[in-house]
Each structure stands twice: as C-alpha cells, then as structure tokens.
Design a binder for this molecule. Structure first.
Ligand code: IMP
Ligand code: MG
Length: 179
C-alpha cells in the first residue's frame, strides 16, 4: 500500500480539518469552565493524539495545563470490551488537591471513564471533569458525566487520530469507520 492510499475498508467519517476546529473549540470551552490550574490525565493509548492537540488548544486559550498519563486494560485485538477495567501502568502522583481533566478518545460503555473518575477522586483530586473526543451514547452501560464531548457518533467501530483496530490505523489524521 502506498503511504497516501486509504487502508482498505476504512470509510472517512470526520475529516482532519473538522477535528482541528472542534478540538480548538473544546479548548476554549474547557478554559472557560476550568480557569487556573488543570492537570490533564490522558488515557493511553487511544487518547494520546487527542490529548496532545487538546493541550495545545488549552494553551492557546490561556491554560498552562500539566499532563499525566494512565494506562488501562483495553479491547485487545477485538472490537468488543471485556467489561473489566484494570490499571496496567503506574498511577500518577501528586493529584491530591489538583483539578483533573480526564482525556479519552471514546466514551463507549462508560466503564473506563467511570473507573478512572473514581480513581482520581480516591487520589484526592478536588475536581474531576471528563473530556472525550467521541461519544457513543447508545452504547452506555454505566452512567458517567462526560463534561466535554467532541462529536457524538452512532454505534460504529471507528479508527484514526490515535484510535486503533488491533493496534493499527492510529496514524490516520482523520476518524474513519471500519466495516
Ligand atoms: P468503555 O469502557 O466501554 O467506555 O470503553 C472505552 C474504550 O473502548 C475507548 O477508550 C476505546 O479505547 C475503546 N473503544 C470504544 N469504541 C471503540 C471504537 O469504535 N474503536 C476503537 N476503540 C474503541
Ligand atoms: Mg481507550
């Protein structure tokens, strides 16, 4: 496959320029809602591209955010979650008294975000907000307050902009649907 060719079976859904515009607007919204100190807690691996762009959008809106990373169990190679969320990396230190913005790629069943939210509260965060690039409201099993949402999408399997299928497609600059 040539580098510029679309990988087979990926249908574009959200183009790169729409992502950039929306992430900039999210930065402004978050800056207005969380003025002052913010510690982003980005979820690996899927949230890393969104987190990098959101951090710079926050900077453009006047927020000098700190960033920490957290790694949880994921889908593995398939398209369905196992239903169990496990912390598989180190827990960030120094969250006590901090205002935390959890940053993830997709709010799906809500299990991951609800688990991380409790983890942040247990670590002593004084405020916990959640930003998800994509929301699949029809898939929610565990209710969780997602304060900042980029785009709501149908129940489709998406890739790109950090989001993978079997560890592939993360490099795509746009969000696409895998059949
Ligand atoms: P939840 O715990 O069910 O909400 O799962 C959320 C996580 O599942 C997301 O952070 C993604 O890593 C993964 N996920 C959910 N939907 C998709 C998808 O369409 N493509 C790739 N990963 C997905
Ligand atoms: Mg994820």
């Amino acid at each position: 496959m040539s580098p510029s060719a679309l990988p087979g079976a990926v249908t574009p859904l959200i183009p790169a320029d729409a992502l950039a515009e929306r992430v900039a607007a999210m930065g402004r919204d978050i800056a207005a809602a969380m003025p002052g100190d913010v510690t982003m807690v980005a979820l690996l691996k899927g949230g890393f591209v969104f987190a990098a762009d959101l951090m710079r959008a926050l900077g453009a809106a006047g927020v000098d955010a700190r960033v920490e990373f957290i790694r949880l169990s994921s889908y593995g190679g398939g398209k369905e979650s196992s239903g169990t969320v496990v912390l598989v990396g180190p827990m960030p230190e120094g969250l006590k008294g901090r205002r935390v913005l959890i940053v993830d790629d997709i709010a799906d069943s809500g299990r991951t975000l609800s688990y991380v939210r409790q983890l942040m509260l247990d670590a002593g965060a004084v405020e916990v907000r959640i930003a998800a690039l994509l929301d699949k409201p029809s898939r929610r099993v565990i209710p969780v307050p997602v304060d900042f949402i980029g785009f709501s999408v149908e129940d489709v399997f998406v890739v790109g902009y950090g989001i993978d299928y079997a560890e592939g497609y993360r490099y795509l600059p746009f969000i696409g649907v895998v059949e």
